[in-house]
Ligand binder design. Structure first.
Ligand code: BV8
Ligand code: ZN
Length: 245
């Protein structure tokens, strides 16, 4: 297996998806064949879904909150913490996962591109998102005590824009990495490469002359765009993949 050298010359951008949390027992999206209660996830995880049936959407997220709170980070999460400690500010982790496991494992330089299950915000006013682990009982839709409108999960739904600050942080890091004179490396783990803009990061890295690695259990939709492809479980591959020099 090719080895990934992480030394004082390396700038490393990592992207994770649901596959990295799978070994903690969190079901993946396509693993659930993209269905929840035989509805396509996109129907529930969307502004239209929320408008149509906010109680159903809150049941979906409350159930995932409960499940995510009951699991623990796995060796794949822990390997990424070790890489961050070794590389410092030449490391950045962009995750599509909303389960909060990277932060619980000890990762600090994390961009939660699709939001976080344990944050809630108002669907209307400017009240900032707040920590909220509440598992709302079926049928309950919380309301904002500032404006009375419905509260919603602080999650980026399909068809919604990602937070521009998050995109900017990833782009700034990539630019610094590409112009550092060092070696710019991008590694994606546990993602099917189906959802944009996350699935397009590999193309930006290649354009910037970076090296690209994919660690995944099955071929991803964008597999062919990675130079190094390792098939396996992230919890088994990541802990031994990198040589910290
Ligand atoms: C946006 C929050 C601008 C919800 C999520 C056509 C072309 C390009 C783009 C589009 C298009 N049509 C529509 C779009 C836009 C759309 C999109 O990309 N759609 C796709 C489906 C085509 N994107 C958006 O809407 C984004 N916004 O583009 O804004 C815009 C605005 C308006 C109109 C148009 C555009 C917003 C995307 C964010 C959506 N929110 N999550 C929630 O979590 O509840 S995405 C959701 O999917 C999750 O975040 C999840 O992480 C993400 C991606 O899935 P993966 O993480 O990759 O998980 P998946 O199950 O798919 O794969 C797991 C992989 O792991 C598998 O490959 C498996 O083999 C592997 N695996 C399993 N076990 C292991 C493993 N690997 C290693 N080890 C293991 N143990
Ligand atoms: Zn409000």
């Amino acid at each position: 297996m090719d080895s990934l050298i992480l030394d004082s010359n390396t700038w490393l951008l990592v992207l994770t998806g649901a596959g990295v949390s799978a070994e903690s027992g969190v079901p993946t999206f396509r693993g659930m064949s993209g269905l929840w209660e035989d509805q396509p996830v996109e129907a529930v995880a969307s502004p239209e879904g929320f408008r149509k049936d906010p109680a159903l959407v809150w049941r979906f997220y409350s159930e995932r909150r409960k499940a995510a709170a009951a699991v623990h980070p796995n060796p794949g999460h822990e390997a990424l913490v070790a890489w961050e400690r070794h590389l410092g500010d030449r490391f950045l982790l962009a995750t599509q996962n909303v389960d909060g496991l990277h932060t619980r494992a000890g990762s600090q330089r994390v961009v939660e591109m699709h939001g976080n299950l344990f944050k809630t915000r108002c669907s209307r006013c400017e009240r900032p998102p707040f920590e909220d682990a509440t598992v709302y009982p079926a049928g309950v839709v919380p309301e904002c005590d500032a404006c009375g409108k419905l509260l919603r999960p602080h999650i980026v739904w399909f068809g919604e824009y990602l937070d521009p600050a998050d995109i900017q942080r990833i782009e700034d890091f990539s630019l610094r990495a590409a112009t550092s004179g060092g070696r710019f490396v991008f590694l994606a783990a546990g993602t099917s490469g189906a959802v944009y803009p996350a699935a397009g990061i590999v193309d930006q890295v290649r354009k910037a002359g970076g090296k690209t690695w994919l660690v995944n259990l099955d071929p991803a939709e964008n597999s062919s765009r990675f130079e190094h492809r390792i098939v396996g479980k992230s919890g088994e591959v990541l802990p031994t993949l990198a040589k910290l020099a």
